[in-house]
Ligand binder design. Structure first.
Ligand SMILES: [Zn+2]
Length: 171
Protein backbone atom coordinates (compact mmCIF):
# COMPACT_ATOMS: atom_id res chain seq x y z
CA UNK A 1 0.00 0.00 0.00
CA UNK A 2 1.51 3.28 -1.13
CA UNK A 3 0.63 6.10 1.23
CA UNK A 4 1.01 9.83 0.92
CA UNK A 5 2.29 11.46 4.14
CA UNK A 6 0.78 14.91 4.69
CA UNK A 7 -3.00 14.76 5.08
CA UNK A 8 -2.96 10.95 5.25
CA UNK A 9 -0.60 10.00 8.11
CA UNK A 10 0.08 13.50 9.42
CA UNK A 11 -1.86 16.72 9.72
CA UNK A 12 -1.76 18.87 6.58
CA UNK A 13 0.08 22.10 7.46
CA UNK A 14 1.51 23.33 4.19
CA UNK A 15 5.24 22.75 4.71
CA UNK A 16 6.28 20.77 7.79
CA UNK A 17 9.85 21.91 8.48
CA UNK A 18 10.95 19.97 11.58
CA UNK A 19 10.30 16.59 13.28
CA UNK A 20 8.55 18.39 16.19
CA UNK A 21 6.29 20.15 13.69
CA UNK A 22 5.06 16.84 12.23
CA UNK A 23 1.72 15.88 13.82
CA UNK A 24 0.98 12.19 13.29
CA UNK A 25 -2.74 11.33 13.51
CA UNK A 26 -3.32 9.24 16.69
CA UNK A 27 -4.98 6.34 14.83
CA UNK A 28 -2.21 5.77 12.28
CA UNK A 29 -0.15 3.19 14.17
CA UNK A 30 -3.17 0.91 14.61
CA UNK A 31 -4.23 1.29 10.95
CA UNK A 32 -0.73 0.48 9.70
CA UNK A 33 -0.63 -2.60 11.93
CA UNK A 34 -3.94 -3.81 10.42
CA UNK A 35 -2.75 -3.12 6.87
CA UNK A 36 0.50 -5.03 7.45
CA UNK A 37 -1.35 -7.92 9.12
CA UNK A 38 -3.34 -8.30 5.90
CA UNK A 39 -0.08 -8.95 4.04
CA UNK A 40 0.68 -5.52 2.66
CA UNK A 41 3.82 -3.46 2.93
CA UNK A 42 3.04 0.09 4.08
CA UNK A 43 5.22 2.36 1.96
CA UNK A 44 5.17 6.14 2.22
CA UNK A 45 5.71 8.12 -1.01
CA UNK A 46 5.93 11.85 -0.36
CA UNK A 47 6.77 14.98 -2.34
CA UNK A 48 9.02 17.16 -0.17
CA UNK A 49 9.75 20.07 -2.47
CA UNK A 50 10.45 22.24 0.59
CA UNK A 51 14.01 20.90 0.35
CA UNK A 52 14.42 22.35 -3.17
CA UNK A 53 12.89 25.59 -1.90
CA UNK A 54 15.39 25.84 0.95
CA UNK A 55 12.73 25.56 3.69
CA UNK A 56 14.43 22.58 5.37
CA UNK A 57 17.31 20.22 4.63
CA UNK A 58 17.37 16.62 3.48
CA UNK A 59 19.00 15.75 6.84
CA UNK A 60 15.99 17.20 8.69
CA UNK A 61 13.63 15.23 6.46
CA UNK A 62 15.56 12.03 7.28
CA UNK A 63 14.97 12.78 10.99
CA UNK A 64 11.26 13.18 10.24
CA UNK A 65 11.28 9.88 8.32
CA UNK A 66 12.96 8.08 11.24
CA UNK A 67 10.29 9.41 13.58
CA UNK A 68 7.51 8.43 11.18
CA UNK A 69 8.83 4.87 10.84
CA UNK A 70 9.31 4.54 14.61
CA UNK A 71 5.92 5.92 15.58
CA UNK A 72 3.69 4.42 12.87
CA UNK A 73 5.39 1.14 11.91
CA UNK A 74 5.49 1.87 8.16
CA UNK A 75 8.04 -0.21 6.24
CA UNK A 76 9.78 2.62 4.38
CA UNK A 77 9.60 6.25 3.32
CA UNK A 78 10.42 7.30 -0.24
CA UNK A 79 10.62 11.01 -0.87
CA UNK A 80 11.15 13.46 -3.72
CA UNK A 81 13.29 16.44 -2.58
CA UNK A 82 13.00 18.19 -5.96
CA UNK A 83 10.81 21.03 -7.16
CA UNK A 84 10.59 22.59 -10.63
CA UNK A 85 10.53 26.07 -9.06
CA UNK A 86 13.14 25.35 -6.39
CA UNK A 87 16.20 27.50 -5.72
CA UNK A 88 18.62 25.05 -4.05
CA UNK A 89 21.29 23.73 -6.38
CA UNK A 90 21.07 19.99 -6.94
CA UNK A 91 17.37 19.87 -6.03
CA UNK A 92 15.75 22.50 -8.27
CA UNK A 93 14.32 21.36 -11.57
CA UNK A 94 12.29 18.61 -13.17
CA UNK A 95 12.72 15.00 -12.01
CA UNK A 96 11.16 11.59 -12.51
CA UNK A 97 10.22 11.02 -8.86
CA UNK A 98 7.89 13.94 -8.04
CA UNK A 99 4.29 12.70 -7.99
CA UNK A 100 2.35 12.30 -10.28
CA UNK A 101 5.47 10.74 -11.84
CA UNK A 102 6.00 7.14 -10.83
CA UNK A 103 9.68 7.18 -9.80
CA UNK A 104 9.11 6.52 -6.09
CA UNK A 105 6.61 3.70 -6.73
CA UNK A 106 9.00 2.16 -9.24
CA UNK A 107 11.89 2.27 -6.73
CA UNK A 108 9.74 0.68 -4.01
CA UNK A 109 8.46 -1.96 -6.41
CA UNK A 110 12.02 -3.11 -7.01
CA UNK A 111 13.19 -2.86 -3.37
CA UNK A 112 10.22 -4.76 -1.94
CA UNK A 113 9.28 -6.97 -4.92
CA UNK A 114 5.83 -5.37 -4.77
CA UNK A 115 2.95 -7.07 -6.59
CA UNK A 116 1.47 -4.03 -8.34
CA UNK A 117 -1.74 -5.91 -9.21
CA UNK A 118 -2.51 -6.09 -5.49
CA UNK A 119 -1.40 -2.54 -4.72
CA UNK A 120 -3.21 0.64 -3.74
CA UNK A 121 -2.31 4.32 -3.74
CA UNK A 122 -3.81 6.32 -0.84
CA UNK A 123 -3.69 10.12 -0.86
CA UNK A 124 -5.54 13.35 -0.19
CA UNK A 125 -4.76 15.18 -3.43
CA UNK A 126 -5.64 14.81 -7.08
CA UNK A 127 -1.94 14.29 -7.89
CA UNK A 128 -1.85 11.23 -5.60
CA UNK A 129 -4.78 9.67 -7.44
CA UNK A 130 -3.15 10.47 -10.78
CA UNK A 131 0.06 8.81 -9.54
CA UNK A 132 -1.89 5.63 -8.82
CA UNK A 133 -3.62 5.78 -12.19
CA UNK A 134 -0.24 6.28 -13.90
CA UNK A 135 1.02 3.17 -12.14
CA UNK A 136 -2.12 1.22 -13.09
CA UNK A 137 -3.08 0.51 -9.47
CA UNK A 138 -6.24 1.08 -7.45
CA UNK A 139 -6.70 4.39 -5.67
CA UNK A 140 -8.25 5.75 -2.47
CA UNK A 141 -8.87 9.45 -1.86
CA UNK A 142 -9.00 10.53 1.80
CA UNK A 143 -10.76 13.63 3.10
CA UNK A 144 -8.38 14.01 6.06
CA UNK A 145 -6.01 16.43 4.32
CA UNK A 146 -6.94 19.19 1.94
CA UNK A 147 -10.44 17.72 1.62
CA UNK A 148 -12.11 16.69 -1.60
CA UNK A 149 -13.94 19.97 -2.28
CA UNK A 150 -10.86 21.81 -3.50
CA UNK A 151 -9.20 19.18 -5.69
CA UNK A 152 -6.78 20.72 -8.21
CA UNK A 153 -8.40 18.72 -11.01
CA UNK A 154 -11.13 16.09 -11.39
CA UNK A 155 -10.16 12.50 -10.59
CA UNK A 156 -12.02 9.23 -10.23
CA UNK A 157 -10.59 7.24 -7.33
CA UNK A 158 -11.89 3.75 -6.61
CA UNK A 159 -12.93 4.89 -3.13
CA UNK A 160 -13.36 8.15 -1.23
CA UNK A 161 -13.05 7.81 2.56
CA UNK A 162 -12.99 10.15 5.53
CA UNK A 163 -9.58 9.03 6.79
CA UNK A 164 -7.15 6.11 7.07
CA UNK A 165 -9.39 4.30 9.58
CA UNK A 166 -11.72 3.36 6.73
CA UNK A 167 -8.99 1.65 4.68
CA UNK A 168 -8.15 -1.68 6.42
CA UNK A 169 -11.80 -2.78 6.25
CA UNK A 170 -11.79 -3.07 2.45
CA UNK A 171 -8.63 -5.21 2.21
ZN1 LIG B 1 12.11 14.24 -7.57
Amino acid sequence: MFLDRDGVLTKEKGYVVSPEDMEIFPYVRDCIRQIREKGYFAIVVTNQGGIAKGLFTEKTLCEMNDRLIRQTGVDAVYYCPHHPEGCVEGYAGECTCRKPSMGMLEAARKDFAVDMEMSWMVGDRASDILTGKNAGIRTILLESGYGTAGLEFAVEPDYVFRDLRDVPGIL
